[in-house]
Design a binder for this molecule. Structure first.
Ligand SMILES: Nc1nc2c(c(=O)[nH]1)N[C@H]1C(S)=C(S)[C@@H](COP(=O)(O)O)O[C@H]1N2
Ligand SMILES: [Mo]
Length: 169
């Protein structure tokens, strides 16, 4: 996870890289090559449906999203499940398409979905285009965001409320 200790320099994103930022102690800018080198790669054979193009079948490879974003140290106490359950991730493509995930979807203690920021699709490396979000449990393709440029992480905090959860798990 060497890249995660690289100082964060906003506005210097490299080709095919995405930023992980927000309520995290160690923001990071990660290229597809970083994602391939620094984490174990998983394969996902998926079918998703597109409202306009119909069903599509692809094979993706990449690291687990939970391992990649976990390395940026989101602003919760990792030992407290209740705190983790308040966090969200917003994944953006360079074209402005974006989707929100809940931390609990990818957390092994909750939904445990093996989402990937894919480094390879159908045996073609994604270094030049950028990573693609893979959501194996989704029936619809809308969250399979291609050319990911940013992942924001933060907690939902209702207006006027104070952070809670320091008492009970
Ligand atoms: N960056 C980006 N990723 C995207 C989209 C998009 O508009 N922009 N469309 C989504 C939708 S609706 C589908 S069905 C899948 C597959 O779309 P494709 O066949 O055009 O790649 O990509 C998803 N990823
Ligand atoms: Mo779609």
């Amino acid at each position: 996870m060497s890249r995660l200790s690289t100082p964060h320099r906003p506005g210097t994103a490299r080709t095919g890289a995405f930023e992980v930022y927000g309520d995290v102690a160690r923001p990071a800018t990660l290229t597809v090559a970083d994602l391939r080198r620094d984490w174990q790669q998983h394969r996902a054979d998926v079918v998703f449906d597109c409202a306009t193009a119909g069903p599509q079948h692809h094979t993706f490879e990449g690291p687990l999203l939970r391992e990649v974003v976990g390395g940026t140290l989101p602003g919760f106490d990792p030992a407290r499940r209740k705190e983790r359950s308040r966090f969200l991730l917003a994944v953006s493509g360079g074209d402005g398409h974006h989707a929100v995930l809940s931390w609990a979807e990818i957390d092994a203690d909750f939904g445990d979905t093996p989402m990937l920021p894919a480094t390879r699709m159908d045996d073609v490396d994604l270094d030049a285009t950028g990573a693609q979000l893979v959501v194996p449990s989704d029936r619809c393709g809308a969250r399979y965001i291609s050319a990911v440029t940013r992942i924001w992480i933060g907690a939902y905090l209702p207006t006027g409320s104070r952070p809670a959860g320091r008492r009970a798990r």
